[in-house]
Design a protein around this ligand. Structure first.
Ligand SMILES: Cc1ncc(COP(=O)(O)O)c(C=O)c1O
Length: 392
């Protein structure tokens, strides 16, 4: 194939006849929002991650908002999190009227550096909100022990981490059991499992789960599923101010079909990621992902750091790859560098800033053809042998 004929996207959701017939089933059932398909998806999701409770919502941003709100986070409170995440993480804290307190990342994992958490704790801290960035579990055990010492709750931003695992006392467990108080997932098309848009909140606490269910549907005391099957007239009440964060049955039906594919999708991503790592590890100036012992990533994204020893800058590399028909993305953003967070612009988060500026995400999706991946790898090797920046 000629170089110009290539058009390799950064990501592509895996959707097929299974999802089409699931959506059709929901549409023709006559019940298309927060009904039986949502119930079934919640049960199957809970079973997959090993959680006692799973509550479906409209996306992961609303999941994070509900989680923090249900834990009582409000004005005057602080939530310790990272700037180095999609802006939704920090925004969810802001929705509660609380203040995100940004801690820097470990440059090797792109996740919150547990060694920096304790110095950020104040009497106003209520929650630690770590992110399992691009699918790699953060150092949950260290975070949980800090939270335990200070009486704080841990809300896991697991937007990208469905199917990722951590080891506890020798046993592997999926993210979302959850290990903290609550875990929040995203089903956006850039994630491994997609429902178009969608989210899930898991917890071990039945009272919190009840609160999520109330809050996701306007605070309505009797769910539609109960009213519709009741033999006597029931009137609902609205004991508190809730939100409309419902998931539709069409999305849930698609999610159920995606769950069936999930183990295979993750296996394929891991295989492709290892192929990248084997082929790129020797290129001077490129740093391949580092997976610490006791953690397994679903490789939601494949991130490579472009260091000074590489002949071109990260941005030049992205452009050169684009000219060869290969789409890439820059690394994860930092909220504190965005205008919406201007009051944080002086924050000292050097590892977050370096990660945003140096990291490139390579194409990774389970239908990525081996020939296309070989082309990406060969292109990186060719560009690595070019003249060094500044002609040196
Ligand atoms: C780490 C992280 N948190 C939260 C979100 C928000 O997820 P959603 O788009 O489902 O609201 C994303 C989405 O990209 C994310 O990557």
């Amino acid at each position: 194939m000629s170089k110009l004929a290539r058009n390799i996207p950064i990501a592509r959701p895996t959707l097929g006849e299974g999802e089409v017939s699931a959506a059709r089933r929901a549409i023709l059932s006559g019940w298309i929002t927060q009904g039986p398909e949502v119930d079934a998806f919640e049960k199957e999701f809970a079973e997959f991650v090993g959680a006692p409770h799973a509550c479906a919502v409209s996306n992961c941003t609303t999941a994070l908002h509900l989680a923090l709100h249900a834990l009582g986070v409000g004005p005057g409170d602080e939530v310790i999190t990272v700037s180095h995440s999609y802006i939704a993480t920090a925004n969810a804290v802001r929705y509660c009227g609380a203040r995100p307190v940004f801690v820097d990342i470990d440059p090797r994992t792109f996740n919150i550096d547990p060694d920096l958490i304790e110095q950020a704790i104040t009497p106003r801290t209520r929650v630690i909100l770590p992110v399992h960035q691009i699918g790699l579990p953060c150092d949950l055990h260290s975070i949980l022990s800090i939270a335990g010492r200070h009486g704080l709750r841990v809300v896991e931003d697991a937007a990208c981490a469905i199917g990722s695992q951590i080891q506890t006392a020798g046993n592997w467990g999926r993210i979302g059991q959850p290990h903290g108080t609550v875990a929040c997932f995203s089903f956006h098309p850039r994630k491994v499992l997609t429902t178009g848009d969608g989210g899930m909140i898991t917890t071990r606490d039945p009272n919190l789960d009840r609160m999520f269910r109330l809050l996701r549907q306007h605070g309505m005391s009797v769910p539609d599923t109960v009213r519709h099957s009741a033999k006597a007239v029931i009137f609902e009440e609205y004991p508190l101010v809730g939100f409309n964060y419902r998931m539709t049955d069409i999305q849930a039906a698609v999610g159920r079909a995606q769950l069936e594919r999930l183990p295979g999708m993750i296996e394929r991503r891991v295989e492709l990621a290892h192929r990248y790592s084997d082929a790129l590890s020797e290129i001077p100036g490129l740093t391949i992902p580092w997976i610490p012992n006791g953690r397994r990533t679903n490789f939601q994204s494949y991130a490579v750091r472009v260091g000074p020893a590489f002949p071109m800058s990260r941005d030049e590399l992205m452009q050169a790859l684009l000219e060869r028909g290969i789409s890439t993305r820059r690394g994860i953003m930092n909220s504190h560098q965005e205008p919406a967070y201007a009051e944080y612009s002086a924050a000292r988060l050097p590892c977050s800033v370096a990660a945003r500026d140096q990291v490139i995400l390579l194409p990774l999706y389970d239908s990525l053809e081996e020939d296309d991946q070989r082309y990406v790898i060969d292109s990186l090797h060719e560009l690595a042998t070019g003249p060094h920046r500044g002609g040196k």
